[in-house]
Design a protein around this ligand. Sequence first.
Ligand SMILES: Nc1nc2c(ncn2[C@@H]2O[C@H](COP(=O)(O)OP(=O)(O)OP(=O)(O)O)[C@@H](O)[C@H]2O)c(=O)[nH]1
Ligand SMILES: [Mg+2]
Length: 293
Amino acid sequence: MMTADTSLRGRKPRVALMGEFSAGKSTLSNLLMGARPLPEKVTATRLSPVWISYGDDAPYRVDMDGTTEPVSLEQLEGIPVDETRVIRLFMQSDILQVCDLIDFPGISDPNMASTVWERMLSEVDAVIWCTHATQAWRQSEAAVWETMPQAVRDNSILLITRYDKLINDRDRLRVLKRVKRETAGQFGAVFPVSLLQAIQAGEDYELWDASGAGPFTQHLIDSIETLQDLSSRTDEALYNYADDTPIPAPVVTPVMPRRVQRQTDTPRPARPATPDDGNPTPDAPSGQIIRTS
Ligand SMILES: Nc1nc2c(ncn2[C@@H]2O[C@H](COP(=O)(O)OP(=O)(O)OP(=O)(O)O)[C@@H](O)[C@H]2O)c(=O)[nH]1
Ligand SMILES: [Mg+2]
C-alpha cells in the first residue's frame, strides 16, 4: 500500500516536472537522464504521472488502493488513466542516483482531469516547472502554483522553456523580467532555457551554456544537495534519540551524476560510460555535458 510520505528521511528527493501541456516536461526528463524512457509513440498518449527511479526493475502501475500490476512499455496506451495513481519506471541514469523524477501530465490538458496528477502532489519534494516562453506564466499556472506548500516552492525551479522561440534580446529580457516579477518569492530560482538547443549541444560546452542549461543544472544540483542534507540530518536526529541504534547506512549516494555535475568541483578522472541498459537514446547525447576540467 502506497502512502504519502512527507518525510525525506532515508530516501532520495523526488523532483516533479510540471507545467502546461507541451511545455517541455518530457523533453526535460530526457535531457536530464540522457535517454528516452518511453517509446516514441506514447509521447502523444495521455499518461498518468510517470515516476522514474534508479534501477532495472520491470515497470508497473500502482492503482488507487496501492495494488501494483506489471505494465509493458509497448502498451502504455492501454493503461487506464482514471484508475492509475502512478506508473513506475526504472532506469540506470546518473541523475537517478541522486533523485527520483516524476513526469507529470500537462496541468490544463482538456483530455485529462486534474485529479489524475493532483493526487501525486503530496509525494513531491521539489518541482521543475516548465513554462512556454511565448505565453509564459499563464493564469492557470499561477493558480496551480498557489496551492503548493511554501517549502516545496522554495526548493523549486521555474524554467522558461522554448526560449529560442523569442527572436530578439528585447523580447527575451521583457519576458524574463515579467515572469520574475510575477513569481517573486514563489520559486527558488528562474531560468530561461532552450531545451532543444541543450539537447542539440551534445558535447559542445559553449552551446550547452548558451542554451541556458548550464546555470539551470548548476542550481538543480545545489537544490538536490540541500534536500539530501535535510534527509541525512533527520537520520542523525533519530540516532541521537535512540542511543543503541546504529547509524543507518546512507541511502542517498553523494556521487553526482556525470551528466549533471557541479562545475566548481575539482576535476576528476572521466568515469566509464553508463552500461547500456537497452534504452534507446536517439537524440539525447550521452556522456558528460558540463565541463569539469
Ligand atoms: N523549439 C523548442 N522546442 C521545444 C523546447 N522544449 C520542448 N520543445 C518541443 O515541444 C514539444 C513538446 O515537448 P514535450 O517535452 O513533449 O512537452 P510536455 O510538457 O512533456 O508535453 P505533455 O506531456 O504533452 O504535456 C516537443 O516537440 C519538443 O521537442 C524548446 O526549448 N525549444
Ligand atoms: Mg510529457
